[in-house]
Design a protein around this ligand. Structure first.
Ligand code: SDX
Length: 446
């Protein structure tokens, strides 16, 4: 056997374990194996191609780590989710969304002075530039709020060029303002897109707390001020906290990949919003409600719908079920399900959609198809029922997901920039197309 070729790795800051050995093309290679603080293990293949001429193939990156991160830990088998080490159950129970946003971006919970400063920045930067209102006037009323949000967020770099010029090299103060500005303004843009869709005048932000201000901008009008309701405000804080980060999901990986070209924060976040819009990702919450309404409006027995989902010849999927990482109940779904009942009881609303959702879950969790594939309710299965009870229209559900996820996207983007010098993201491929051939003039083609 030829000598072992040692391939040096990149992740020296992680615990090093017994190296892995790879036999390929009659040679033996030794690859570093590293371990994170929660015992997750990886083979460091940073220099595999240089040493062996081979790349790895991994459709959908199901087995590929793109980075190390200190932000969020998920254990899919045990249904664990922690932000900067704090269990999601504790944050959901005791924190506010603004506190959680600060925790994700800065790595620690804010003390009173930091909380006051962050809150003031959020209030100070809650308006959008008056010129941006003309964008809304040019849009059709039926414009999807996610299309509005992504284009408005990207446009922010026009009005705040100081962020546009940096690929994250801004100093602490500048970045704090850019972060607060973005977290605050997406809430205003979302509310304005709703007002636009119902033909009502925009309601400007005021000096309420984060969620109360959103509800005010959404549901107050020149005739009547929205009556703030502590149960609704608490439920909204909880939903935003539960959506705030989720390690390297599709949209967060998009923010990192786009951000790795050193484009500004707003353009990177715009890319994340677009990725989140897809029905397999953040767009699922809208699809869940549409599915429940379809079942209700067509009087389809729930058992029959489950059979349609299992039939491979039919297009139906049980939206809000299944997850790439959770092979157990999504801890966020558990918390949202409990809050659903509390909010509906408080609002004295007996939404039949909740009964349909509960029946779908009950049947699916005892059905071999779902059991074999480890398909459980995920964060999107019950969230729409609460949004609906609050009065938020279905086509804004994914916007609510984006408002919640924004601090996580920012934290992940910032973590990548703080780890500079970082490499631009550029996956490889295995070419499987035609071999070399000549150009054929059009008259000689079949
Ligand atoms: C989010 O990654 C994250 O962290 C995302 C997220 C976050 O916070 O950022 O948690 C947010 O996006 C939650 C997921 C929301 N999407 C949905 O609810 C859409 C419905 N779910 C699926 O489309 C699916 O479960 C995914 C996309 C979530 C995960 O897909 P995978 O891991 O690629 O799994 P797969 O498509 O390979 O499915 C494996 C099997 C297949 O059956 P077989 O081919 O083995 O027979 O499970 C089946 C699938 O057909 N399956 C489903 C199903 N999900 C998977 N069958 C019916 N209904 C479903 N929902």
């Amino acid at each position: 056997m030829a000598d072992t070729i040692i391939i040096p790795g990149e992740y020296r800051n992680l615990k090093q374990l017994e190296p892995a050995r790879l036999h390929v093309d009659g040679k033996e290679y030794e690859l570093p194996v590293v371990e994170g603080t929660e015992g997750e293990r990886a083979i460091d293949i940073t220099n595999l191609r240089k040493a062996s001429g081979h790349v790895t193939l991994d459709a959908g990156y199901q087995n590929t780590g793109s980075c190390t991160s200190n932000i969020t830990y998920i254990d899919g088998e045990k249904g664990i989710l922690r932000y900067r080490g704090i269990p999601i159950e504790q944050l959901a129970e005791r924190a506010s969304f603004v506190e959680t946003a600060y925790l994700l971006v800065h790595g620690k919970l804010p003390n009173r002075a930091e909380m006051r400063k962050f809150r003031n920045l959020l209030t100070q930067h809650s308006m959008i530039h008056e010129d941006m209102l003309t964008f809304f006037h040019g849009l059709p009323r039926e414009a999807h709020p996610m299309a509005i949000l992504s284009s408005m967020v990207n446009s922010l770099s026009i009005y705040y060029p100081e962020v546009a010029s940096t690929g994250g090299e801004g100093n602490g103060e500048e970045l704090d303002i850019a972060v607060a500005r973005l977290i605050s303004k997406v809430r205003t843009i979302a509310a304005f897109s709703y007002k636009k869709s119902i033909g009502e005048p925009f309601v400007y932000p005021t000096n309420y707390t984060y969620c109360a201000n959103f509800l005010h901008m959404m549901f107050s009008s020149p005739i009547q001020k929205y009556k703030l309701n502590h149960v609704v405000i608490r439920a909204l804080n909880l939903l935003l906290i539960l959506h705030a980060d989720h390690e390297q999901n599709c949209s967060t990986s998009t923010v990192r990949l786009v951000g790795s070209s050193k484009v500004n924060l707003y353009a990177s976040i715009c890319a994340g919003i677009c990725a989140l819009w897809g029905p397999l990702h953040g767009g699922a919450n809208q699809k869940v409600i549409e599915t429940l309404e379809y079942i209700r409006d067509n009087n389809i027995p729930v058992k029959k719908y489950i059979e349609m989902v299992k039939d491979k010849d039919k297009p139906q999927r049980l939206m809000g079920f299944g997850h790439r990482v959770y092979r157990n109940y999504d801890p966020r779904a558990k918390i949202i399900k409990k809050t659903c009942t509390e909010v509906l009881e408080h609002m004295k609303s007996d939404d039949p959609l909740l009964d349909i959702a509960l029946e779908l879950e009950e049947i699916a969790l005892h059905d071999q198809y779902f059991i074999d594939r480890k398909l459980y309710p995920n964060v999107d299965f019950y969230s729409g029922i609460i949004y609906k009870a609050i009065g938020i229209p279905t086509n804004m559900f994914t916007v609510m997901f984006a408002i919640g996820r924004l601090p996580g996207w920012i934290a992940q983007w910032k973590e990548m920039h703080d780890s500079a010098p970082f490499k631009i993201g550029r996956p490889r491929q295995i070419y499987n197309g035609p071999l070399i051939r000549d150009y054929v003039p059009i008259d000689e083609r079949e």
